[in-house]
Design a protein around this ligand. Structure first.
Ligand code: TXA
Ligand code: MG
Length: 336
């Protein structure tokens, strides 16, 4: 049987603040040739290809192993590009764009016919975001059209916050990775739906509800029966290979169980401010702050997986501000 050789994935180290033009051009040339290239954004690394070309978007789904009905976000570098993607954009959406772009906010709008169905997973809506990262903005500009980009992880794995995470998941499957160091926010953008009546939050993320309400006081979380407008919420997400448990209010029964697991020779990982048994567990310290959790959480899940732990325990944080998005990801990683 003939096996096609795996593609070589080249790592292009680039200055995150002043990206070298030559390196951006090299990555853009690959994308313009129809290849898939990973790049840093302020939230997580994205897996970019030409979003207005159906076959390029399909390559993204293939590399990630992503279900084809889960739509992609189109990334723009200039506000004017939004008008090439969406029809009948409500004033409120433009107000949010004005307040938070570039930044971790994605707007779901009624799509224009020219946006391929394979990019939007067959939906008649399109998700648009302007990322706040010099490398991402330079790359979109060099390509000259919107980049479709989901998070650059294998489907179901924690989102990548460093180039090494992308390499781990996608080496041999994509043409290149632009390495701009660690991402600053660490969890994905907030997704707001403007295509189904009054605006609702489909996915919590880097812009908090309070920030959104400072511009649009009536914005609310989507009701559960509205969440089907975001197919991504249906799929298993952010999962480490190890079992993950969120420390309950009364931790005593869990601590008893962990003692038994340790006695049986299992490896336990602990994420949070206060590990009860740092001599016997692998402790990844985090201060009790939402920003620190957001920035480090996905990377720590990957680190503990690499250490082959059997069970990860995470201390929860207050569900307030950015803590809402952190707890959402934590629950999804725990499968609860
Ligand atoms: O921060 C982010 O948003 C990162 C960076 C790379 O920009 N991207 C990201 O993409 O997280 P992805 O594909 O992993 O998650 C996009 C989410 C999914 O839950 C998807 O279902 C939803 O946005 N989405 C995309 N297009 C949509 C649409 N037309 N309607 C509703 N939801 C949509
Ligand atoms: Mg994702």
């Amino acid at each position: 049987m003939y096996l096609a050789p795996a593609m070589e994935t080249i790592l292009i180290k680039v200055d995150a603040i002043k990206p070298q033009k030559k390196l951006i051009k090299k990555a853009a040339a690959l994308i313009l040739k129809g290849e898939v290239v990973a790049f840093p954004t302020e939230t997580v690394y994205g897996l970019g290809a030409m979003g207005m070309d159906a076959s390029c978007a399909s390559k993204i789904y293939e590399a990630k192993g992503r279900p084809s009905d889960n739509p992609l976000i189109l990334h723009i570098s200039d506000l004017q590009q939004i008008h090439t993607l969406a029809n009948g954009i409500p004033l409120e959406a433009l107000l949010l764009a004005d307040a938070f772009w570039p930044g971790p906010l994605t707007l779901v709008l009624v799509k224009k016919a020219q946006v391929p169905n394979s990019t939007t997973g067959g939906l008649d809506t399109v998700a648009v975001r302007m990322p706040d990262h010099p490398v991402a903005l330079a790359l979109i500009e060099a390509v000259g059209e919107p980049l479709a980009a989901p998070s650059a992880n294998t489907s179901g794995r924690p989102s990548p916050t460093a180039a090494s995470h992308v390499m781990h998941d996608l080496e041999g499957k994509i043409a290149a990775i632009l390495d701009g160091g660690s991402t600053s926010v660490g969890i994905e953008s907030t997704v707001v739906d403007f295509a189904h009546g009054f605006p609702t939050i489909l996915r919590k993320g880097g812009i908090t509800k309070k920030q959104l309400q400072s511009v649009l006081p009536n914005i609310e979380d989507a009701a559960v029966d509205h969440a089907h407008h975001s197919p991504g919420t249906r799929y298993k997400h952010y999962s480490p290979s190890a079992r993950l448990t969120i420390l309950p209010l009364d931790g005593a029964p869990l601590l008893n169980l962990l003692r038994k697991e340790l006695n049986a020779g299992n490896k336990i990982g602990w994420i949070g401010p206060g590990c009860p048994d740092p001599d016997n567990m692998i402790w990844k310290y985090l201060p009790n702050e939402a920003e620190a959790y957001a920035k480090a959480f996905f990377g720590l899940l990957r680190e503990l997986d690499d250490l082959k732990v059997d069970h990860i325990v995470v201390e929860p944080i207050e569900e307030e501000g950015l803590g809402e998005a952190v707890m959402d990801r934590m629950r999804k990683a725990a499968g609860v």
